[in-house]
Design a protein around this ligand. Structure first.
Ligand code: UDP
Length: 248
């Protein structure tokens, strides 16, 4: 992997989907916990006001550029990233690899029933996939200890956490290193998609780089987060021009 590309204080790994998967497959052979996040424009905007989130992203082992906004911003700064790596595609390919090579996975997050349904569907899709366990993402501090004990007991190779940003990044940064897992990754709303609760944008929207717009108009909860996107664009322009002014 080359040097990370920095966007508004957040590092992005300059990787393709294939390269990220290759890296994860190497890490699965090692006895160490690796943290993987999938920053997009919204998460990078959130990190501007949330130092703990920014720190979590800086400390991660791999941060894949999830979204067209990040690709656009990297180009603005003259440090292009190779391609968009949607978190859900990385997760699905990682699970296909896990099924092939006998790695186990634990799903944490989503409303009650979602992780279970995602696990059921994934086991139909990838016949040999071993789901070591799952738990919904609405637990109180007392239940948290039980969740941690359960994960520690089943020792999954892969821990996929869908608590939404910034919760999943902060939760994983706090706990992943204390758990016997090799790959710990934040997967946002992926379990909802896999469980059939939420649909991904049609392929044409994805190809046009408009998946974010599709999600915004089909999921009303996201509307209140919309302002992160114009703010991200504004901050990128501002930073770019400041850098330009300093150079002349
Ligand atoms: N979630 C959760 N616990 C919480 C808050 C959120 O398990 O306390 C789940 C929520 O049910 C959803 C996911 O986290 O499955 C976040 O989804 P969102 O679409 O917001 O994430 P994104 O893909 O935008 O990161």
């Amino acid at each position: 992997m080359g040097d990370k590309v920095w966007i508004l204080g957040v590092p992005l790994s300059p990787v393709t989907l294939a390269a990220s998967l290759h890296q994860l497959s190497q890490w699965l052979k090692e006895d160490k916990t690796r943290l993987i996040f999938t920053p997009n424009a919204e998460i990078i905007s959130m990190a501007q006001d949330n130092p703990a989130l920014k720190h979590a992203l800086v400390a991660a082992d791999l941060t894949v550029p999830d979204g067209i906004g990040v690709i656009w911003a990297a180009r603005q700064f003259g440090t292009p990233l190779p391609e968009r790596v949607p978190g859900i595609e990385l997760l699905e390919q990682l699970l296909a690899l896990a099924a092939e090579e006998n790695y186990t996975v634990y799903f944490l997050g989503g409303r009650p029933g979602v992780a279970a349904e995602a696990a059921r569907r994934l086991q139909l899709r990838y016949e040999n996939l071993t789901v070591a366990g799952f738990h919904h993402g609405y637990f109180d501090p007392q239940a948290e200890q039980q969740v941690l004990a359960q994960i520690a007991a089943v020792k999954p190779d892969i821990l996929a956490v869908a608590l939404g940003a910034p919760k999943q990044e902060l939760w994983l940064t706090r706990w992943a290193g204390k758990l016997p897992v090799k790959i710990a990754l934040g997967v946002g709303g992926s379990l909802d998609v896999i469980a059939g609760q939420v649909k991904r944008a049609p392929l044409i929207w994805q190809r046009l780089g408009l998946e974010w717009l599709y999600r915004m108009v089909t999921d009303r909860r996201r509307l209140k987060r919309f302002w992160h996107l114009p703010r991200f664009v504004g901050l990128v322009y501002k930073t770019k021009h400041q850098a330009h002014d300093l150079n002349v």
